[in-house]
Ligand binder design. Structure first.
Ligand SMILES: [Zn+2]
Length: 493
């Protein structure tokens, strides 16, 4: 009998903190400059230099911790992580060992963080919370590039503030890993703590993965996959690696603990280094840096910068404003869109209708005119008014589209456009009855069909009334009147 295996996954996410200068020197942070342009004796590791911590990086890391529900200790410190590699000229990296800035916390996985093809799965609606072990702050290392016979090294990145966000072995599938990274990235970007651009290497992820027979408590032997630079790459790498490990153990083999490399082009992981080459980093407190006391104004500053998390915002839109779950997640995923929506929905009787009009008509108008939301000619209050006119039955949805086009072109208010174009929907019963009588007289066949209970015939007659009214009749009212006239008077021909 084939044993059923389950994967156990933990992630280590490295994320560059958005600051103007590097972690321990005054060099500017940046991407795309010529190699080694952004360097100084401190980040090049010259002898005798002294590091000075970047306060902004510390505040932003604490801010991240608070957003993710971490515990922030009163004291933390920096340690030296010793290793010898060309990307680290000091021969140690300044990091945090046993007293990190943040402990615990977690990220809740909402359905729309999952890949599109997995959003209807039970795990996507489970709202699982992936727990964090810790978040610590360190300095990024230099970037090496390997040519045919030589290697080049660029220290522009060296010394950039880097948060390492470590999860518990809490993740149970490649799709959950995808959802975790998507949700985390959104929080980091919305909070402004990082640009988290994976193409620029601002967000990088290592995965620890093992498999075990389902139901077994003990973990299997894990492998670490490095060099992942896209969220979909993480998903593919994990799927490959899990299948590989299951194949090995179900054939009676053993997994070797090792670090593996993911090749996105061929879609495979391969051995990078084995456990025998694992480093002993000989951590010790950096004697050049004083311990940090978070209660000295740092926590306060971080607290002042807290934002509503995208997940909480989406929940609020669904719960309090009646917006559909999907629309709420789209609105909450973009702070500008959320701000526009909230301004439009404020005091409105139908926020759901506003969300709908915003996400369909307004966004597609912006897209086809290549405008950003900040350049939108339609003001939030005008969108609210337009949806109000539809809800009050003063214009129908077809007229609304015409009014909206005009609003988008001219920036005029909807009521003014309705007046100027004489668009107002006719809800005058007498006027519609007169048209209905005309239509009923002209189409005896469909009238008989309505008597026989054919709904399509009623739609046809309503359409005729709409045509006679030049699209101005209230279609709902017109349909009611026709039905009443036919049923109420058997002599109507
Ligand atoms: Zn520097």
């Amino acid at each position: 009998m084939k044993t059923d295996y389950e994967p156990v996954i933990g992630l280590e996410v490295h994320c560059q903190v958005r600051t103007r200068s590097k972690m321990f020197c005054g060099c500017r942070t940046g991407f795309g400059e010529s190699p080694n342009a952004l360097t100084c004796p401190v980040c090049l590791g010259h002898p005798g230099v002294l590091p000075v911590p970047n306060r902004e990086a510390i505040v932003r890391t604490i801010q991240t911790g608070l957003l993710l529900g971490c515990q922030i200790d009163e004291y933390c410190k920096f340690d030296r992580k010793n290793y010898f590699y060309p990307d680290m000229p000091k021969n140690y990296q300044i990091s945090q060992y046993d007293m990190p800035l943040c402990r615990g916390g977690g990220v809740t996985l909402d359905r729309f963080s999952f890949p599109k093809d997995a959003q209807d799965s039970p795990e996507a609606s489970a709202r699982k919370r992936v727990h964090l072990t810790r978040i610590h702050l360190e300095e990024d290392v230099a970037k090496s590039t390997h040519f045919d016979t030589t290697s080049g090294i660029d220290f522009n990145r060296a010394g950039t503030p880097l948060m390492e966000i470590v999860t518990e072995a809490d993740i149970a599938s490649p799709e959950e890993a995808f959802a975790f990274l998507t949700a985390l990235r959104l929080i980091l970007v919305q909070a402004g703590v990082s640009d988290a651009d994976m193409e620029k290497g601002q967000l990088r992820c290592d995965c620890n993965v093992s498999v075990r027979p389902r139901g077994q408590k003990a973990f299997g032997t894990k492998c670490e996959i490095k060099n992942m630079n896209s969220i979909s790459g993480v998903r593919r790498a994990l799927a490959y690696e899990i299948a590989r490990q299951i194949e090995v153990v179900s054939a009676g083999g053993r997994i070797t603990q090792e670090t593996r490399r993911w090749d996105d082009d061929i879609g495979q992981t391969s051995t990078m280094r084995s456990k025998e080459e694992a480093h002993d980093y000989r951590y010790f407190p950096d004697p050049d840096l004083m311990p940090i006391r978070t209660t000295d104004g740092l926590l306060e500053e971080a607290r002042a910068r807290l934002i509503e998390l995208p997940g909480a915002r989406a929940d609020r839109y669904t719960r309090d404003l009646g917006v559909t779950e999907y629309d709420a997640s789209v609105l909450a995923s973009d702070p500008h869109l959320a701000r526009f929506f909230e301004a439009a929905a404020s005091g409105a009787s139908n926020p759901k209708g506003i969300a709908n009009f915003l996400l369909n008509d307004l966004l597609s108008a912006l897209a086809s005119s290549e405008k950003a939301l900040s350049e939108c000619p339609v003001q939030p209050a005008d969108l609210r008014e337009l949806v109000g006119l539809i809800d009050a039955g003063r214009i129908n949805s077809k007229q609304a589209k015409e009014v909206f086009r005009e609003m988008f072109e001219t920036g005029a208010a909807p009521a003014a456009i309705v007046r100027a174009k004489g668009l107002e929907q006719v809800s005058d019963t007498g006027a519609i009855e007169a048209l209905a009588r005309q239509v009923i007289g002209a189409h005896p066949g469909p009238v008989q069909d309505v008597r026989d209970g054919k709904a399509s015939a009623l739609n046809f007659l309503t359409g005729q009334v709409m045509k006679l009214s030049k699209g101005k009749a209230n279609p709902k009212l017109a349909s009611e009147i026709i039905a009443r006239m036919i049923k109420g008077d058997p002599l109507v021909r």
